[in-house]
Design a protein around this ligand. Structure first.
Ligand code: 5CA
Length: 436
């Protein structure tokens, strides 16, 4: 992509309305624009990151056998009357009336809808288990939408729903999701800590939130110091069965605000860490709460009716964009982990209009593209300093700087955005390293 053609409206100044760094940087880097409180448009570069995060989530869901589908954003109120949540949900639910005076709503989540789909088609235990998910926009009329996409009113969620015959099978499904979540966040360069959590309006009695630590996190959390140590996590994940891995995580103390236990914390002594966290996912086992209320029944092996055991599993896809920035930035801007970076390489032509620089930059640009490396080339006219600052702000993992002095000597400068390291290398060298 050529910067001169790309719609990337970066800002030099910090927008006054943004209180936290990810919100500031997303506005400054031209990723999003606010439409109304808690509702955002995703501009091309923000959208690209959103799609990359979505794709990682999708791959890890597919890997555990969950099947992708798509449910609507608008749901009939009657479904929610069946579960009793239409009244229980309160003012967070956006209620709509259609032209025939039917009560509708913009879905804040989809337990009822998926239960209806399931009960209409699945009648026998032989068709179990089923694990279905979609990645769809949700609306919650939050009391205090804030921090940009972190607490939006409209936001993108991956929500999966599982159906099993009995508790043992449901627990196995829960464990699979638990581990898929750990892998999902790790692929984005995040260390997410699973914590025992309250299940709130979703209901149920087994529930974990996944939090990444950040000073700007909305909730105070407490956990064992071991959770901050990568090695420990890698060791258990390496070659253990599902339950062993889940136990290893859940046996160590980690709790969100409302689940904290004074006794357990005292006992931890020096090993206790109290910090702030961002909730990037939440998984729930709720047994037959919805299947009983909504008649999601299958015939069991003995011919008797069984209400299916259910769980739901959410990931805040749009929140993760902000969460990753909170976890990975410096004073100059964003530092994208490679897996979610909008482009891998930012190519800076320091002297647009100079024949030798233009030719060298264009040649490098073409070769990167031929090697399928995503590249944004700053081909605008302008000061070198402004181009550097802009490239640091948008945070692409690698920068290749082509200027008149280097072109004379047959070299380019390769800069690693995360470490700040710069090296003079031949264009061929740079190319083989970036394409590798
Ligand atoms: N039905 C269940 C699981 S599918 C559910 O709705 N869970 S949830 O309420 O915990 O939401 C799942 C995830 O969505 C949260 O962990 C969080 O990362 C994200 N999320 C929730 N509310 C918002 C919001 N207002 N803005 C951005 N992300 C949000």
């Amino acid at each position: 992509m050529r910067r001169s053609r790309y719609f990337l409206p970066t800002l030099k100044e910090n927008p006054a309305e943004a209180q936290i760094v990810s919100h500031r940087l997303m506005l400054r880097a031209g990723m999003v624009r606010q439409s109304s409180a808690g509702i955002y448009s995703w501009l091309p570069m923000g959208f690209k990151v959103l799609k990359k995060i979505e794709q990682i989530v999708r791959e890890e869901q597919d890997a555990i056998g969950a099947q992708e589908m798509l449910m609507p954003t608008i749901q009939p109120a009657d479904l929610w009357r069946e579960s009793g949540r239409y009244d229980a949900y309160g003012p967070e639910m956006l209620r709509i009336t259609d032209r025939h005076d039917r009560d509708m709503l913009y879905g804040p989540t989809n337990e009822e809808q998926i239960t209806e789909i399931f009960r209409d088609s699945v009648k026998s235990y032989r068709d179990l288990p089923k694990n279905l998910y979609h990645i769809q926009w949700k609306f919650r009329d939050e009391v205090r939408p804030r921090f940009g996409v972190m607490r939006g009113r409209e936001f993108l969620m991956k929500d999966a729903y599982s159906f099993d015959l009995d508790f043992e099978a449901a627990k196995q499904t829960y464990n699979k999701q638990f581990i898929a979540y750990l892998k999902t966040y790790a692929r984005m360069g995040l260390k997410a800590i699973p914590m025992k959590a309250a299940s709130g309006p979703i209901g149920g009695d087994m529930s974990h939130e996944f939090l990444i630590l950040a000073d700007t996190g909305e909730s105070e959390i407490a956990c064992h110091r071991d959770f901050l140590d990568n090695k420990w996590l890698e060791n258990i994940a390496a070659n253990s069965d599902l339950q062993t891995v889940v136990n290893a995580f859940t046996e160590k103390y980690a709790a969100t605000d409302d689940e904290r236990d004074e006794g357990a914390e005292k006992a931890l002594g020096k090993d206790l860490v109290v910090a702030r966290g961002i909730e990037v996912g939440h998984i729930f086992y709720f047994g037959t709460k919805y299947s009983e209320a909504m008649n999601a029944i299958v015939t069991g092996p003995d011919g008797n009716d069984v209400s299916v055991e259910m769980g739901s599993y959410g990931i805040g896809v749009s929140r993760l964009v902000g969460g990753i920035i909170e976890a990975s930035h410096d004073d100059d801007g964003i530092i994208w982990p490679e897996a979610v970076a909008p482009f891998k390489v930012g190519l800076i032509n320091l002297k647009t209009g100079d024949d030798a620089c233009d030719t060298a930059a264009e040649d490098f640009y073409q070769k990167l593209q031929a090697a399928n490396v995503e590249v944004l080339m700053d081909d605008r006219e302008g000061r070198a300093g402004a181009k550097f600052a802009d490239m640091d702000l948008i945070g692409l993992p690698w920068q290749v700087i082509i200027g008149p002095k280097g072109v004379d000597k047959g070299i380019v400068e390769l800069k690693n955005r995360a470490t700040g390291e710069r090296e003079d290398v031949s264009p061929e060298d740079a190319l083989s390293r970036l394409a590798g």
